[in-house]
Design a protein around this ligand. Sequence first.
Ligand code: TRP
Length: 460
Amino acid sequence: MATKRISIHGEWSSRWAFVLAATGSAVGLGNIWKFPYITGENGGGAFVLVYLMCIAIIGIPIMMAEIMLGRRGRQSPINTMHTLAIEAGHNPHWMWLGWLGVVAGFLILSYYSVIAGWALAYVFRTASGTFTNVTPDGVGSIFSTFLADPESLMFWHTLFMVMTMLVVARGVNGGLEKAVKFLMPALFVILLVLLGFAMSSGEFNQGLSFLFNPDFSKINANGVLIAMGHAFFTLSLGMGAIMVYGSYLPENASIARTTFMIAAADTTVALIAGMVIFPIVFANNLEPGSGPGLIFQTLPLAFGHMPGGLFFGTLFFILLTFAAWSSSISLIEPAVAWLVENHNMDRMKASVVMGISCWLFGLLTVFSFNIWSDYAPLSMFERFREKTLFDLLDYLTANIMLPLGGLLIAVFSVWLMSGEASRDELGMGEGPSYLLWRFLVRYITPVAVIIVFLRAIEVI
Ligand code: TRP
């Protein structure tokens, strides 16, 4: 057994703290905001099925691989990859995989913070009774008026980014861990309350059938790519977030068990969110494919018409903000850890530097919804014809950078790293579960990612 490294950033206080933090990272806007709207845009059931398959055969094995690499390297993803590549007798240029992750995390956070700002703004709207007895047209126009105002989007984006910097600056135990302990269970409970509402007042059966009745004529290769990209996005995989969290994981925790818990919690939250949103969509004749505004145009309707809606609605958007918060911190943690390790910065300074740069970049997203809403930089390509800067950022990160990162992580963990090292770190012995993991990561994941990529660019 190689000598174990120690992280200079500290360690989670227990295995549970890690599970909570990683679940906090995984469960976020991806589950409640993005999953329903991309499911709506891609026709429902078939998309959901592909997404679930990607979670099972790509997401779970890659999550185990990422945690394993992180715990073995015990540094920021850049330095972890550098160290592990040398340890395995390979080229230290593997550290570029860490860089790919840092850039992806930066780009994702830049728009994530803007959307989280919407959730924050909706806390106040809901609390002040804006949605009481509102009509479907009313919610729609409240939302579009909001988006049309860059200053207001900028204000909430700023507030959210400051919140993120504050937690990251406080460090592994002080900041990250404390923030998630209460919030995740509370979010889950309120989703169940909403599910009750959707069952009693929405078109529940129609919603369920939209989600779970696959119609394969409604999904194309690009839809499959989006489903796969989302499996990475929702589990926070492919850019080192889970790797860096894994680097703070105590030695004795089981990687396989923790991974299952995280993936199960994440998937459950997404499916419940879908079961809440679509019955409301159909009951109010809304358009399932209406895009990123979907939850902001459906849930306020529910809150505006249910008993206690003011209370539950406000609480819901508070919790959504918290879910986004516990995810956003993991998006810049790899970069912050690297600045601390290589540039001798304290966490405070590193968080401020990253936060401000990311905030600036986020303005591209802010303007995508108003002054630049007609600007489609890649309109010469059919597929990107109507895509705004925000759409392109989302497409590039979720559908290209994350799966590419995941592919390289897979290749590194089983083709380059020694079997002895991965067995030692995963700690499952040499039994069937280890062999299954190895098989999935060695063959299935890389082949699946490559096929989906090639199909999406119409090479095969
Ligand atoms: N998983 C989060 C969500 O679903 C977003 C997120 C956090 C993320 N960290 C990440 C996505 C790392 C990709 C990579 O909202």
